[in-house]
Each structure stands twice: as structure tokens, then as C-alpha cells.
Design a protein around this ligand. Structure first.
Ligand SMILES: *[C@@H]1O[C@H](CO)[C@@H](O)[C@H](O)[C@H]1NC(C)=O
Ligand SMILES: *[C@@H]1O[C@H](CO)[C@@H](O)[C@H](O)[C@H]1NC(C)=O
Ligand SMILES: *[C@@H]1O[C@H](CO)[C@@H](O)[C@H](O)[C@H]1NC(C)=O
Ligand SMILES: *[C@@H]1O[C@H](CO)[C@@H](O)[C@H](O)[C@H]1NC(C)=O
Ligand SMILES: *[C@@H]1O[C@H](CO)[C@@H](O)[C@H](O)[C@H]1NC(C)=O
Ligand SMILES: *[C@@H]1O[C@H](CO)[C@@H](O)[C@H](O)[C@H]1NC(C)=O
Ligand SMILES: *[C@@H]1O[C@H](CO)[C@@H](O)[C@H](O)[C@H]1NC(C)=O
Ligand SMILES: *[C@@H]1O[C@H](CO)[C@@H](O)[C@H](O)[C@H]1NC(C)=O
Ligand SMILES: *[C@@H]1O[C@H](CO)[C@@H](O)[C@H](O)[C@H]1NC(C)=O
Ligand SMILES: *[C@@H]1O[C@H](CO)[C@@H](O)[C@H](O)[C@H]1NC(C)=O
Ligand SMILES: *[C@@H]1O[C@H](CO)[C@@H](O)[C@H](O)[C@H]1NC(C)=O
Length: 501
């Protein structure tokens, strides 16, 4: 159990006003007249954002390369993750990938100066699923297209002819690498080093901007204190002054609205996000996923749009703070989590707390104490979505989609194209800046990106069932956000085992 119990037990806020019924009618937005245009910077997002994070480690598995990114549908690409040094400087995350194509000499110069990094913390071990209960559906990841040269920062720099109008950015930090943010933001000298370093990095690699993925300001698990809020503003102020108005700054932000006594009865959003940030940054990427997973105690949605604890509740809280809707991007997961030992009632029902782990798409057999039950969207489409053992469900109350294997009491919560369509309609109705996905290599056919981009219209599902969840209140997205396939150390350790890193 990775979730901080004190925080989970905290009281809940309610957002009755956001429990609106999703719009049924689909309207393309923006009108389909050519490829979407990227915002210009200047702290402004005049047109709809359709963004995606790409994990550098996708090159290991599922062998998905920068040349596979659907640039024609994307206004923004966030190459993830690079590292924040103790001294405030920034540097590459995985040199083998990021620095691919440099000469040995050039590479060595950078590698010899990398900051010392704390060893990655593995997910807390937990007894695995009794294997007789495994769904038993094999997954054959696609064979690599042998485009292994199409990786890293040099490729991005050299292929403006491929990336086109897409703003190409780097994402800094992430769940595994957020431990230095608090100290850097608190120290004037380090803030200066940071601002200069980002400027140098963006210029060197000809990048359009940077995504600050501090997970999360004020979170004690990454040395956070309540001073982070003020310091974050100072850090962004200095960064904007350094890199100028044309570069894009985005923030990846939590969607947790759960009130914590340690934070003076504020949520993670309220405690960490100051409205003044909007003066300096172009967009806030609201990570509207990981509301549920293997750490949960009841069967509930991974990324519910509606409900007391939901994506719309988070969006409402950002608006309350004063962040303009046009600077908010709604994030969707291109993955889901599977629950086993459910009580037969499906979504909203009880689940055995005795070892909630099941083997997900990228979990290896030998690492069975750290299984995540994380299934990527392409795998879900291949193995479950069209499998007669599973029935597709759409819960109107939350706009959450899920798959149910009643026979084996398995529930898979994920975002279907239908769910993403509903979120897209919501984003339009709320006047949001746009949407984004974590993570592009988990949606290898680009299905969800197409929906976000308004390129395809999703038909209404022919048969849906509504099973309102009564127990979402006990579940937190506070926990291991960006775990499983989204966790850099997770994928990297797989690669390391395979002898590639
Ligand atoms: C959600 O909020 C509504 C309105 O405040 C409240 O009536 C309801 O009990 C809440 N539900 C949960 C599960 O907390
Ligand atoms: C695994 O589950 C099966 C079926 O429920 C049961 O018969 C068996 O005893 C379980 N094995 C272990 C080691 O728990
Ligand atoms: C987990 O792995 C261990 C050792 O690798 C193995 O002995 C055990 O049978 C595995 N358990 C399951 C449920 O697969
Ligand atoms: C992949 O490309 C490399 C050179 O870039 C080549 O040596 C290798 O044989 C290729 N492998 C396959 C399976 O095509
Ligand atoms: C883009 O430019 C690179 C390097 O100049 C070249 O190798 C590649 O063929 C070009 N690709 C396209 C699609 O034009
Ligand atoms: C931050 O936390 C990490 C562990 O996550 C620890 O190793 C490090 O010393 C801490 N840094 C500061 C400045 O407190
Ligand atoms: C800020 O960081 C600098 C450089 O590491 C250090 O010399 C200085 O003591 C720090 N200031 C404070 C107040 O910790
Ligand atoms: C937080 O809420 C609790 C319960 O409502 C209350 O007792 C406490 O005084 C509040 N703390 C602060 C700092 O407002
Ligand atoms: C779920 O478990 C709780 C506590 O163990 C119990 O009160 C509740 O009735 C259960 N719900 C169902 C649907 O079985
Ligand atoms: C689903 O399965 C049916 C029957 O095997 C097949 O005709 C159909 O093409 C499949 N659909 C998808 C989306 O894979
Ligand atoms: C869910 O919503 C759709 C569209 O509004 C509606 O047609 C359908 O009847 C609803 N289903 C249930 C079970 O309420």
C-alpha cells in the first residue's frame, strides 16, 4: 500500500456543480480545416491543444520510436523525462536513449558530468495473484520496426521536417525524479542556475519548450513543504524571464482534490498551485488518471470524468483557484488497471485486499511481487475489447468505461475511445485549452489521439450499462501516480534486466 493513509482518510470535498450530464452530440473542435496549429507561446494558447507525452524508454518496449509519433494530429509533444540536478541544472534522463547519435566523445563529456541519482524506489512488494486466476491472455508486443536510430534528442533536433508544426518539448522530473524540485525552488542561487540551464538545454536541442513535471509541490514524499507553492511561482517567474516569451512552458499537475489536514485542509491542487503561475506558464496539464489501481481497496474507475473525486472535480478546483480554463489541458490515460478477486458486482463492488496484483502488459513473470495490473490501450484493444469473455461497459454517472470478465470476476478500468470522446466534448464545453495523453506508445494505432484531435467521431456504444459506484470516496489518486507503464524506473529496470541499460 503506497498511499499515505493519513491523506486518504482525510475528508472529502464535494463538487455538486460539476456533476453535469455529458453532452451527447459530437462537434468537431476545432473545425476540421487542416492540421491543428500550435499555440504561439506568450503565455497564451489561442488554439486547442492536442498533446502527448512520449516516454524515452518506449524505444526498449514496445519498440516504439519517435518516427512513430502521429505528429499530424499533435500540437505538442513532451519527450519524457529529463532530470533535475541537485544544483538546479537540468540534464538528460537516460543517456543511452537521449544522447543517441552523438559521437562517443560528445556523449562522454555529458555522461561524466551527470548528477548522482538516488536509486529508484521500487513499488512496495506485495504478494502476487494466485496464478490460477490469471486471465491467461497472452500478449505479443509488436515486433520492433527496426527504427532504433529514430530515438533521442538529436533525432528530434534533426527532424523538424518530420515533426512539422508540433511543438517539441521536454518533460522534466516525473514521479521518480521530483525529489530535487523543492530545494531548487527554495534557493535563489539554484533558481538562477535552473533558469539558465533550461535556456541552454532548449537552445542546444532546438526545443520549443519545457514541461515541469513536479510530482508534486508540497508532497512530503518528494521533500515537499507548504513553502513550495510560493517558491514554484518564483521558479517559473525566473524561468520565463530567462527563456523569453516564445518558448512554451507547461506544468504537469495533480488531479487530486482530496483534502489533507497536513496541508491546512487543502487538496494537493490547492496547496501547490498558485494562480500567479498562470502569469508565467502557458498551460497546466491536469493528470486526470490513476484515481484507482492495484493500491485501491474497491473496484472503481481509473480516470472518471464525473463524480465527487474525478477529473471534472479537479478542473473545477483549478478554475476556483483562478487558472483560466483556456490554460487547462485534460489528460487521459492510454492504459487501464485490472482488478481481480472482485465480488461479482463489477464496478463499484468490493475487491479482495489480499494481494491486489495482477500481471499487466509490461510486468515480467519473475518480478511478480511488483506487478501493476497496468494494461496498455493497444493491448486492451488486442486482447480484451473484442473478446467474448469480456463485456464492454459504460458508466453514465462517471463517464467511465470498463471491461468485465464476469466468469473470472475480473474488472478492467480504462478509457475507451467512447470515454475519450465524452471527455473531448466536456473539454470543449468547458472551454479548456485542450487535451493530452499519457503515453503515446501505449496507443500505438493512434486511436485515442485521433479522438482528441477530432479526426474521427466515435459512435455511441450500442449497448451500455450504468453501474454507479458508491465507493469512489475511499479511493485516492494520491498514491503511486504514474506507476506501471508510466513509471520511468519501471520500464528502465525492465530494460536493465534485459541487459540493455
Ligand atoms: C458527493 O457529493 C454529493 C453532493 O455534495 C453528496 O451528496 C454525496 O454524498 C457525495 N458522494 C460521495 C460518494 O461522497
Ligand atoms: C489458488 O486458487 C485456486 C482456485 O481458487 C485454489 O484452489 C488454490 O488453493 C489457490 N492456491 C494458492 C497457493 O493459494
Ligand atoms: C512469483 O515468483 C516466484 C519466484 O520468481 C515464484 O516462485 C512464484 O511461484 C511466483 N508466483 C506466482 C503467483 O506466479
Ligand atoms: C536492423 O537494422 C540494423 C542496422 O541499422 C541491421 O544491422 C539489422 O540487421 C536490422 N535488423 C533487422 C531484423 O532487420
Ligand atoms: C528529413 O530530414 C532528414 C535529415 O535531413 C532526412 O534524412 C529525411 O529523409 C527527411 N524526412 C522527410 C520525411 O523528409
Ligand atoms: C529528498 O528526498 C530524497 C529521497 O527521496 C533524499 O535522498 C534527499 O536527500 C532529499 N533531499 C533534500 C534536499 O531534502
Ligand atoms: C543556496 O544554494 C547555494 C548553492 O548551492 C548555497 O551555497 C547556499 O548556501 C544555498 N542557500 C541557502 C539559503 O540554503
Ligand atoms: C481542518 O479541519 C478540521 C476538521 O474540520 C478542523 O478541526 C481543523 O481545525 C482544520 N484545520 C485547519 C488548519 O483549518
Ligand atoms: C463491501 O464491504 C463492506 C465492508 O466489508 C461491506 O459493508 C459491504 O456491504 C460490501 N459491499 C458489497 C456490495 O458486498
Ligand atoms: C472482432 O472480432 C470479430 C470476430 O472475430 C472480427 O470480425 C472483428 O473484425 C473484430 N474487431 C476488431 C475491432 O478487432
Ligand atoms: C446513458 O446515457 C445515454 C446517453 O445520454 C442514454 O442513451 C442511455 O440510456 C443511458 N444509459 C443508462 C443505463 O442510463
Amino acid at each position: 500500500m503506497i498511499v499515505n493513509t493519513a491523506l486518504v482518510l482525510a475528508t472529502l470535498t464535494s463538487f455538486g456543480s460539476v456533476l453535469a450530464t455529458p453532452q451527447a452530440a459530437y462537434q468537431p473542435f476545432p473545425p476540421s480545416v487542416g492540421p491543428p496549429q500550435a499555440p504561439l507561446g506568450n503565455c497564451d494558447t489561442p488554439q486547442r491543444v492536442v498533446g502527448g507525452y512520449i516516454a524515452s524508454w518506449a524505444a526498449y518496449e514496445p519498440k516504439w520510436y519517435l518516427s512513430d509519433v502521429p505528429y499530424q494530429d499533435l500540437t505538442h509533444l513532451w519527450y519524457s523525462f529529463i532530470y533535475l540536478r541537485t544544483d538546479g541544472g537540468i540534464e538528460v534522463g537516460d543517456p543511452d536513449i537521449d544522447l543517441y547519435g552523438l559521437t562517443d566523445e560528445e556523449k562522454e563529456k555529458i555522461v561524466s558530468n551527470l548528477d548522482t541519482r538516488p536509486p529508484p524506489e521500487d513499488n512496495p512488494p506485495q504478494a502476487p495473484l494466485n496464478s490460477t486466476l490469471q486471465p491467461g491472455i497472452p500478449f505479443d508486443p509488436p515486433v520492433g520496426k527496426n527504427q532504433t536510430e529514430n530515438i533521442g534528442l538529436k533525432w528530434l533536433r534533426d527532424h523538424k521536417n518530420v515533426t512539422g508544426d508540433t511543438k517539441v518539448m521536454v518533460a522534466l522530473g516525473g514521479w521518480t525524479w521530483s525529489h530535487n524540485f523543492a530545494a531548487v525552488a527554495a534557493n535563489e542561487t539554484k533558481r538562477g542556475v535552473f533558469a539558465e540551464s533550461v535556456k541552454g538545454f532548449l537552445n542546444e536541442w532546438k526545443l520549443d519548450g519545457i514541461d515541469i513535471d513536479w510530482e508534486y509541490p508540497t508532497d512530503p514524499r518528494v521533500n515537499g513543504t507548504l513553502e513550495d507553492k510560493e517558491n514554484f511561482v518564483l521558479l517559473m517567474k525566473e524561468l520565463r524571464a530567462s527563456i523569453g516569451p516564445e518558448k512554451v512552458i507547461s506544468l504537469a499537475v495533480s488531479a487530486s482534490t482530496i483534502i489533507s489536514p497536513e496541508k491546512n485542509n487543502q487538496s494537493l491542487i490547492q496547496a501547490g498551485i498558485d494562480v500567479k503561475l498562470a502569469d508565467y506558464v502557458d498551460m497546466f496539464n491536469v493528470m486526470g488518471y490513476d484515481f484507482a489501481g492495484y493500491w485501491s481497496e474497491v473496484v472503481t474507475h481509473d480516470a472518471p470524468l464525473y463524480g465527487n473525486i474525478s477529473v471534472s472535480a479537479a478542473i473545477a478546483q483549478f478554475k476556483e483557484i483562478g487558472i483560466p480554463a483556456s490554460k487547462l489541458n485534460l489528460g487521459i490515460p492510454a492504459y487501464g488497471y485490472m482488478f481481480y478477486n472482485t465480488d461479482g458486482t463489477g464496478m463499484g463492488g468490493n475487491m479482495s485486499t489480499e494481494g491486489n496484483r495482477i500481471q499487466g502488459t509490461w510486468d515480467t513473470a519473475e518480478n511478480n511481487m511488483s506487478w501493476t495490473g497496468n494494461f496498455d490501450y493497444s493491448h486492451i484493444q488486442q486482447a480484451f475489447a473484442n473478446n467474448s469473455d469480456w463485456t464492454y461497459q459504460f458508466d453514465n454517472a462517471t463517464a467511465g468505461s470498463w471491461l468485465w470478465n464476469k466468469e473470472k470476476n475480473l474488472v478492467l478500468t480504462y478509457d475507451s475511445a467512447e470515454a475519450v470522446q465524452v471527455k473531448s466534448d466536456y473539454a470543449e464545453a468547458e472551454g479548456l485549452g485542450g487535451m493530452f495523453v499519457w503515453e503515446l506508445s501505449n496507443d500505438r494505432a493512434g486511436d485515442l489521439v485521433s479522438v482528441m484531435a477530432g479526426v474521427v467521431e466515435q459512435p455511441e456504444a450500442p449497448e451500455t450499462s450504468s453501474i454507479p459506484s458508491e465507493k469512489t470516496s475511499t479511493v485516492s489518486n494520491w498514491g503511486p501516480v504514474q506507476t506501471g507503464s508510466s513509471s520511468p524506473h519501471y520500464r528502465r529496470s525492465r530494460a536493465r534486466r534485459a541487459g540493455r541499460v
